[in-house]
Design a protein around this ligand. Structure first.
Ligand code: PLP
Length: 398
C-alpha cells in the first residue's frame, strides 16, 4: 500500500544523512565534551559545530544558542526563566490564546505563582491584532510571548510589528516560539530576545532543541547542576541529538527555498482539489476568506506546510482512521492535544463553529511528497468523506 505521511507538523522522519551522522557520533565520537582528553575535545568540536550551524541559520552569535531537550523545554526555560529573573521589574506577562500547550501551561503555572497574564485573542484567520497588543502593554510588562507559525492552522503572526511595538517598553522581553517556522520560512530575528526551536520538526531527532537568548537578556535557569550551556542548562549534553539537530538545521536552511516552493505547490494542489471536488469543506486559517472558500497562496501570513480543512458532517477522528486504513496519515489538531478531551483551543479562539471544529483535519506537508501522493490522498478523501456523511445521514434518519 502507498504510504503518504501528512503529519509533518507533529514530527518528521529523520533525514538519512542526519541519522548516519548521529550513528557516527554515538559509536565513534562518544566522549563527554567537558572531558579534557582527546575524546572530550572531539566531542567539544562537534558541539561547537552544531552551535555554529544553528547560529548561522538564525543570523546570531554562537554563544547566544543554548541546547535543550526540545521546543517544550525551550519554551518553559524562556518563559519561566524570564519571569523569575525579572520579577522585581514587573509582574505582567502577555501571550496569545492560540499558543502551543508548552507555552500556555507555563503561563498558567506562573499565574498560580502570582503573575498576571493577558491572553490576546485572534481573528478568524488565526492572527493577533497589533492594536490589542499595544493596549495590553503596561509599564510593568516584563514578557511578551508570541508564536511565529501556529502549529494547527499555519497562521503567521506579525512578528516584526510586534517587535517594534515592544521596543518602546524597555523592560519587556520578547519571546517567540518558532518551532514551526525554523527551517520552513525566512524569519525576522531583529527585536526578538528569546526564540525556541525543535529538532524533530526539521528532519532531525526527537528530544532535541535550542533556545536563542540574546546576549543582553538574563534568565534564571530551571535546572541546577554541572553548569553546562553557560550555566543556563545543566546536564551532560545530548551529543548525538545536538549533532543531529545541527546537521538537520544546516540541511533545512540550505534547502529552505526549494523545499518551501515544493511544499507550497503541493499544498496548493491539495487545497484546490479538495475545494473543487469535495462539497461542504471550509478552510481554517490564513488562507480562508470570510466564507472560507478563497485562498491567496502568496499571502505573507501563510505557512507553506500546514493546511487545515473542516469536512462538515464528517468527524475528524473518524476520517483520520479511515485515511489511515489507506496508508494516509493526518492529524485532527496538534498531536500533543489530540489525545486529550475537548475541542481545539486554536479553532475555538478563531470563532469556528462546533461542526467546523469536529470536522477539522490538519494536513502537514514535507518536500519529499509527490503530486501523485497528493492526488491519491484527495481521491481517497473524496470517497471516505462521502461514506462517512452517508453513514451519519442514515444514523440521523433512524
Ligand atoms: C508550535 C510548537 N511549539 C512547541 C512544540 C513542542 O516542541 P517539542 O515537541 O520539541 O517539545 C511544538 C510541537 O508540536 C509546536 O508545534
Amino acid at each position: 500500500m502507498r504510504e503518504v505521511y501528512l503529519d509533518n507538523s507533529a514530527t518528521t522522519k529523520v533525514s538519512d544523512r542526519v541519522a548516519q551522522f548521529m550513528y557516527e557520533v554515538m559509536t565513534e565520537y562518544y566522549g563527554n565534551p567537558s572531558s579534557l582528553h582527546r575524546k572530550g575535545i572531539e566531542a567539544e568540536k562537534l558541539l561547537r559545530e552544531a552551535r555554529e550551524n544553528i547560529a548561522r541559520a538564525l543570523g546570531v552569535k554562537p554563544r547566544e544558542i543554548y541546547f535543550t531537550s526540545g521546543g517544550t523545554e525551550s519554551n518553559n526555560l524562556a518563559i519561566k526563566g524570564t519571569a523569575y529573573s525579572m520579577r522585581k521589574q514587573g509582574n505582567h506577562l502577555i501571550t496569545t490564546t492560540i499558543e502551543h500547550p508548552s507555552v500556555l501551561e507555563a503561563f498558567r503555572q506562573l499565574e498560580k505563582e502570582g503573575f498576571c497574564v493577558t491572553y490576546l485573542g485572534v481573528d478568524s484567520r488565526g492572527v493577533i491584532n497589533i492594536g490589542a497588543l499595544q493596549k495590553a502593554l503596561r509599564p510593568d510588562t516584563i514578557l511578551v510571548s508570541i508564536m511565529y507559525i501556529n502549529n494547527e492552522v499555519g497562521s503567521i503572526q506579525p512578528i516584526k510589528e510586534v517587535a517594534s511595538c515592544i521596543r518602546r517598553n524597555k523592560n519587556t522581553v520578547f519571546h517567540v516560539d518558532a518551532v514551526q517556522a525554523f527551517g520552513k520560512i525566512p524569519m525576522e530575528i531583529e527585536g526578538i530576545d528569546l526564540l525556541s526551536i525543535s529538532g524533530h520538526k526539521i528532519y532531525g531527532p526527537k528530544g532535541t532543541g535550542a533556545l536563542f537568548i540574546r546576549e543582553k537578556v538574563r534568565i534564571t535557569p530551571l535546572f541546577n547542576g554541572g553548569g553546562q550551556e553557560q550555566n543556563i542548562r545543566s546536564g551532560t549534553e545530548n551529543m548525538p541529538g545536538i549533532a543531529g539537530l545541527g546537521a538537520a538545521a544546516k540541511e533545512a536552511f540550505e534547502n529552505m527555498h526549494s523545499w518551501g516552493k515544493t511544499m507550497k505547490d503541493l499544498k496548493k494542489r491539495l487545497k484546490d482539489r479538495i475545494l473543487a471536488e469535495i462539497p461542504d469543506t471550509v478552510l481554517n486559517g490564513p488562507d480562508a476568506d470570510e466564507d472560507g472558500s478563497c485562498q491567496d497562496l502568496d499571502a505573507p501570513d501563510e505557512a507553506p506546510h500546514i493546511l487545515n480543512v473542516s469536512f462538515l458532517g464528517a468527524r475528524g477522528e473518524i476520517l483520520l482512521h479511515a485515511l489511515e486504513s489507506h496508508g494516509i496519515y493526518v492529524s485532527t489538531g496538534s498531536a500533543c492535544s489530540s489525545h486529550k478531551e475537548g475541542k481545539s483551543h486554536v479553532l475555538s479562539a478563531m470563532g469556528k463553529s462546533n461542526e467546523e471544529i469536529d470536522g477539522a483535519i490538519r494536513f502537514s506537508l514535507s518536500p519529499f511528497l509527490t503530486i501523485e501522493d497528493i492526488d491519491y490522498t484527495v481521491d481517497v478523501l473524496k470517497k471516505e468523506v462521502e461514506e462517512i456523511r452517508k453513514f451519519v445521514r442514515k444514523q440521523t434518519w433512524r
